[in-house]
Design a binder for this molecule. Structure first.
Ligand SMILES: NC(=O)c1ccc[n+]([C@@H]2O[C@H](COP(=O)([O-])OP(=O)(O)OC[C@H]3O[C@@H](n4cnc5c(N)ncnc54)[C@H](OP(=O)(O)O)[C@@H]3O)[C@@H](O)[C@H]2O)c1
Length: 239
């Protein structure tokens, strides 16, 4: 039986690239989206060429009940989930004084709550299986107190994801569950100059995907509760 992977926010961006790669490694992906129905349907059509059992499901991951309903549907279709990639997490680039309460709350909820709710929903099943991988997507600098201009709430929320990663790894290791974080710098963007990056370019989705492939492999068996930066030497700092 094929392994099953849930990738949150996989209608677009990094999540979509991860879902496509997982198919090549023999996983059946669950394509999750919130509002990008058309894009999710396109991704589903593509991945179903190799994995006809793949499904797409919509849920607002800030809402624990919706997350619960999403995993109910997943477990109706599949016996177990082998991999969860907590990829959803919004970003706001705005002066702290101008950041609205709803933006602040959305940053915390889309990054921290989504990770917490999705992980909690599948941990009982992973515990029963005595195996499973959870990969949380952070950001460069998320594992220490950090500030980039106009991004304090974002870094604050990714700090939270890092703490969750460590805590979950510590609590779940005895059940054979691995929880790690991958923290990219700016991904596939041309809004910065080449000279803004120590290695002359932004991170590619493929750079992240290669690390993910390693972390879920047997070679990374003893890596649990780790954060791997995929940042090409970039250090976030206030200009
Ligand atoms: N892009 C970068 O340069 C960069 C750099 C470092 C780290 N990261 C991290 O990498 C991850 C992916 O980044 P990305 O830029 O590829 O993502 P993105 O395109 O900004 O977002 C991915 C998806 O998240 C979904 N989403 C947002 N809020 C949601 C909610 N409340 N419930 C359910 N889904 C929700 C959206 O789905 P719908 O469209 O279906 O609504 C969106 O398509 C994020 O965790 C981000 O913080 C990104």
């Amino acid at each position: 039986m094929k392994k099953v992977a849930v990738v949150t926010g996989s209608a677009k961006g990094l999540g979509r690239a991860i879902a496509r790669a997982l198919v090549d490694w023999g996983f059946t992906p669950v394509i999750h989206y919130r509002s990008s129905e058309k894009e999710a349907a396109e991704v589903l059509k593509q991945v179903q060429k190799k994995t006809p059992d793949a499904i797409a499901i919509s849920a607002d991951l800030r809402n624990e009940k919706e997350v619960g309903r999403m995993f109910d549907k997943i477990y109706k279709k599949f016996k177990k989930v082998d991999l969860l990639v907590n990829n959803v997490g919004n970003f706001v680039y705005r002066d702290f004084s101008e950041t609205t309460n709803s933006q602040f709350v959305d940053l915390l909820e889309s990054n921290i709550y989504s990770t917490l709710f999705c992980s909690r929903a599948l941990l009982p099943s992973m515990r029963r299986e005595k195996s499973g991988h959870i990969i949380n997507i952070g950001v460069v600098g998320a594992d220490h107190l950090n500030l980039l201009e106009k991004s304090a709430p974002y870094f604050f929320s990714k700090n939270g994801v890092w703490l969750l990663t460590k805590m979950m790894a510590n609590e779940e290791a005895k059940y054979g569950i691995h929880v790690n974080m991958i923290s990219p710098a700016s991904l596939e963007t041309d809004i910065f100059k080449k000279s803004d990056f120590p290695m002359g370019r932004s991170a590619k989705y493929q750079d992240v995907i290669r690390v993910l492939e390693f972390l879920i492999s047997d070679k990374a068996y003893y890596i649990n509760g780790a954060n791997i930066e995929v940042a090409g030497g970039f250090i976030p700092r206030i200009k």
